[in-house]
Design a protein around this ligand. Structure first.
Ligand SMILES: Nc1ncnc2c1ncn2[C@@H]1O[C@H](COP(=O)(O)OP(=O)(O)OP(=O)(O)O)[C@@H](O)[C@H]1O
Ligand SMILES: Nc1nc2c(c(=O)[nH]1)N[C@H]1C(S)=C(S)[C@@H](COP(=O)(O)O)O[C@H]1N2
Length: 179
């Protein structure tokens, strides 16, 4: 089990050519940060990076965040069909196991907001003791997707030997089936 004496580490990885080049501010990464500030009640620490849409760079950053013991790594951007969108490929290359239900649910929920939700190839999976979840790049997509999938994340971390997440029940209804 990842030690709970220490602060829980959450990786936040923005994959965006323009955010990495400071052409625009990384609002999506900040949205991920504020989601966890609101819901998490454990002591925790963000491990935050902004990198361009380059597969090998994404692969090595995901691996280094896992080596740094991030229990959860949330990416944003690079999930679409454009030539430089490669975040799902990098995630699939890194992961030992894929969890396709995450992408299925996030696309289903996102379709309530935009018909182009079907263009996101966002996925999720397990690498060692880290859960990796892809989100689209649009800042508005962050909450829509995290609100949908987060209730299953604490139990997923329990199952992979990660830290026990304690969350604000007023903000998110975490579900842990009785074992
Ligand atoms: N990290 C981010 N912060 C703020 N806005 C973003 C971010 N990522 C994407 N966006 C916004 O969402 C729009 C669509 O995102 P998309 O990922 O398709 O950008 P892109 O065309 O791939 O370019 P880039 O990789 O440089 O972000 C962008 O035009 C931008 O307005
Ligand atoms: N919730 C939500 N999902 C969304 C969107 C959005 O605005 N909101 N944008 C869609 C669009 S337009 C694209 S191209 C894909 C991929 O975006 P990405 O390449 O920035 O990850 O996500 C889709 N999913």
């Amino acid at each position: 089990m990842i030690k709970t004496m220490e602060k829980i580490k959450i990786g936040m990885l923005t994959c965006s050519d323009r955010a990495a080049a400071n052409i625009y501010e990384d609002i999506s990464g900040k949205e991920i940060m504020s989601f966890f500030e609101e819901v998490l009640q454990n002591p925790w620490k963000p491990i935050y990076r902004v990198i361009p849409d380059e597969k090998e760079h994404i692969v090595s950053t995901l691996k280094s965040m896992a080596e740094e013991q991030c229990a959860l790594i949330v990416t944003t951007g690079g999930t679409g069909p454009a030539p430089r969108d490669v975040t799902p490929e990098a995630t699939e290359e890194v992961c030992d196991k894929l969890l396709p239900g995450f992408g299925e649910l996030m696309r289903q929920v996102s379709l309530q907001y935009v018909p182009t939700a079907i263009l996101s190839r966002q996925t999720a999976g397990i690498y060692k003791q880290s859960l990796i979840v892809n989100l689209p790049g649009k800042p508005s997509a962050i909450r829509q997707c995290l609100d949908a999938v987060f209730p299953a994340i604490p139990y997923c971390l329990d199952l992979i030997g990660g830290p026990y997440l304690v969350c604000d029940e007023m903000k998110v209804k975490v579900f842990r089936p009785k074992r």
